[in-house]
Design a protein around this ligand. Sequence first.
Ligand code: KG4
Ligand code: ZN
Length: 334
Amino acid sequence: MKDVYILAIESSCDETSIAIVKNGKEVISLATSTQMKTHASFGGVVPEIASRMHTENFTFVLEECLNKSSVGMDMVDAIAVTYKPGLLGSLLVGVEFAKTLSYVYNKPLIKVNHLIGHIYANALENDLKFPLLALVVSGGHTELVIMDDDYKFKTLGATLDDAIGEAYDKVARVLGIPYPGGPGIDRLASTGKNTYDLPHPVMDDTYNFSYSGLKSSIINLVHNEKQRGNEINQADLACSFQTVAVDELCRKVGIALKNTGIKDVIVAGGVSANSYLREQIAKTCEAYEANLSVPKLLYCTDNAAMIGAAAYPLYLKQEFADFNLNAESQANIG
Ligand code: KG4
Ligand code: ZN
């Protein structure tokens, strides 16, 4: 079969990213411009600034991606783009840029759900083996999903309130760790001990998650201790938070493995970069004799290579979008 080259575009939040991916698994070229430093000074992503910066950056990122690539536009078979979920303005810039490339170069357009992109980041390492259990943990989502085949999803559970990444970012903020807080908490926690007694998220036997209670208890604890003039051991608090938050993810994955008998697990989304999660989920999978796949660190957080991987099965099914394609801010998997 002829090789398929997909030029993929990602701009759902604060990374402007373009990749060329061969056959859904080989990254030929990837260029990403991150706006992290700009948003860090505001303590979080400012949507209006994010879309403006995407507008300024896209042509340069495309140029860099093509310069690094052995494959030119003439060899590209399709243009893929993230169209949901994310910041509406940011998504719109990417979608319009993709439509323009699709029109000018006369290539079919493929629309990709960002969360499904995170799942397919794992296909950049190894072929996905079905059925599999996917734990999707990002800034906006915490979902446990069964995948029976390409694009065949069954959601077991999701967060009832805050996403785990959001909890990381809010806890980081109250501890004075700059945005995005996840990597900062990860580093700090590795130097601390699990000494704080924090409330555990909903300990029921559904597959749902809840992180707002844990987050609020930490915010209150920090404020109360400050008012009393007491010192907080930041590393211990970060470690205690991370232990409760991640252990709950692993516990639910364990229950799902036990109940379904599934033997393949993948982790997806920005929080999959977390070192404690990577360590603990490996132990859970070992206990249930399941195989584990986690993306390379480079493909854990937002990037266009994963969008190229997720677009490939759609290309094979010739599922193309037309120029009426619009962006959508809200979406789950599927
Ligand atoms: O998938 P992602 O890049 O963007 C969304 O689609 O939301 O995820 C971003 C989230 C942020 O909440 C960030 O703090 C978190 O992933 N994150 C981490 C780590 N690296 C990124 N959380 C914990 N530990 C990390 N090492
Ligand atoms: Zn993401």
